[in-house]
Design a protein around this ligand. Structure first.
Ligand code: SF4
Length: 455
């Protein structure tokens, strides 16, 4: 199903769409205020982008340095070329510990690898401990946003969900009550977990440690209570030195939620006494993306979600319409590299307004990459006949000024005088939800000529 078809589903509930749009715009505005409070914000973005470019150019060296330092700290390091290998490695570690209960803090990589269903099919209970993640897990849905996974749910939806799964009493969506109940429910899961799995925000090559950012402290709670910690990371999470955290931690929290820093920025550098720590380093298509010159900068991404919050298409179509682990503008440039056929509609789900590139803390040229993917897709895939002939005709008309003027005159005449059904019909997808602009008395060309004639 294309993005447009899925978006049409989301758009059926107009009130929810408006609320979703507003909620994300509120986060975008918080990001703006927070960023403007930092002197040299643009310099920070530049620095972040340059450090990431350096990492991608020397990725092999940094990864080997990271592995060596992590091992020195007593951490077990594993390498996985794809999702299957990643899942098998995690499963082997769990089997070694005879683990049947796992708590997991937010990790988009494990979502990408579909780790939960893989482990659940082997009789292991996996509990997502980030509140938003737990909500979508109970609803048996994927996250719809990388930072705000349950942003598509209202507090009333959550109330109903908790009544059904946690046996809570109806509270008309009282957030304090619901959070308190979630806290009790998760406490029990933390206390009984055998192993904790976390994602990784940054892996520091010169220390061999990893940094995990959460607002709820759930990663720390899981890791400190379980007997083993498995941290799963994509190869692009490396940063060269610990001092570079000063750049990325400032950029990440402000861009994600407008906070000056995430509540917990936890450093895991070695296993606790008597416990085990594992890091699984995963490729899963990243090396291939690195080899695509036009698209390699997409690997700079620090998963802040700012491009989603600002995107007019994302805000009004919802994360699930992208049908990919990472939705929104960044997902639309990552997903075609994974499966061009399946995700070919995503680069077209954009106005190319460039707002995503403007807010991206590591200066990824997102809208330019969207445009480049469109060119690849048009070359590689058969396009619908109607679209092809319209574009061909447009090409001819736009390259011949005389023809362009005649076409303009005809269009203006039609817009003014043609019966409505000739303009608003099935062929005009644009007109389904919008009115075409009102035609003015005179076009620019006529106005200009008249002006010249009158001196
Ligand atoms: S592409 Fe940029 S703005 Fe979007 S999630 Fe990644 S870092 Fe954030």
């Amino acid at each position: 199903m294309s993005h447009a078809t899925k978006a049409a589903e989301f758009n059926k509930n107009e009130a929810k769409v408006n609320w979703h749009d507003k909620a994300l715009w509120y986060v975008r505005e918080k990001r703006d205020k927070s960023a403007h409070n930092v002197q040299g914000w643009e310099y920070l973005r530049q620095l972040g982008s340059k450090i990431k470019a350096n990492v991608l150019s020397n990725l092999d060296e940094y990864l080997i340095q990271f592995e060596a330092n992590a091992k020195k700290n007593g951490i077990h390091v594993h390498w996985a070329s794809d999702a299957e290998e990643h899942n098998n490695i995690v499963n082997d570690i769990l089997s070694k510990h005879n683990a049947k209960k796992v708590v997991k803090s937010k990790s988009m990589l494990t979502e990408e690898c579909h780790l939960n269903p893989f482990l659940e099919s082997r009789g292991i209970e996996v509990v997502d401990t980030d509140l938003g993640e737990r909500i979508v897990q109970l609803a048996q849905e994927p996250p719809s946003h990388i930072v705000l996974p349950a942003i598509h749910k209202t507090k009333e939806d959550v109330d109903e969900l908790f009544q059904e799964h946690l046996g809570t009493t109806p509270s008309q969506g009282n957030p304090e009550y619901l959070v308190g109940e979630a806290r009790k429910h998760l406490r029990d899961k933390f206390l009984n977990a055998d192993v904790a799995i976390t994602g990784v925000n940054f892996a520091v090559a010169d220390t061999g440690g990893v940094v995990v950012c959460t607002n709820e402290g759930n990663a720390d709670m899981g890791v400190h209570l379980a007997k083993a910690h498995i941290a799963c990371m994509g190869i692009e999470k490396i940063i060269p030195k610990e001092k570079h955290l000063g750049v990325f931690l400032r950029l990440l929290a402000r861009s994600a939620t407008g906070q000056p820093i995430t509540t917990y920025s936890s450093h895991f550098n070695k296993p606790e006494d008597g416990k085990e720590m594992h890091i699984v380093i995963v490729d899963n298509g990243r090396t291939e993306q690195l080899s695509r010159e036009d698209f390699r900068a997409s690997l700079h991404c620090i998963r802040c979600g700012a491009c989603m919050n600002t995107c007019p298409i994302y805000r009004r179509s919802g994360g699930h319409s992208y049908d990919y682990t990472i939705p929104g503008p960044i997902g639309s440039i990552l997903s075609p590299g994974k499966d061009l056929k399946k995700h070919s509609s995503l680069p077209f789900a954009s106005t190319l307004c460039g707002s995503c590139s403007n807010v991206c803390p590591v200066k990824i040229n997102i809208h330019e990459q969207l445009y480049k993917w469109r060119q690849v897709i048009v070359k590689e895939q058969k396009q619908p006949m109607v679209k092809k002939s319209i574009l061909k005709t447009a090409g001819v008309v736009l390259s011949k000024p005389g023809l362009y003027r005649i076409a303009g005159k005809t269009a203006r005449f039609m817009l003014k005088n043609a019966p409505k059904f000739m303009i608003y019909n099935k062929l005009n997808a644009w007109g389904k939800a919008r009115d075409l602009p009102e035609v003015k008395g005179q076009n620019f060309d006529d106005w200009y000529k008249k002006r010249q004639k009158n001196g």
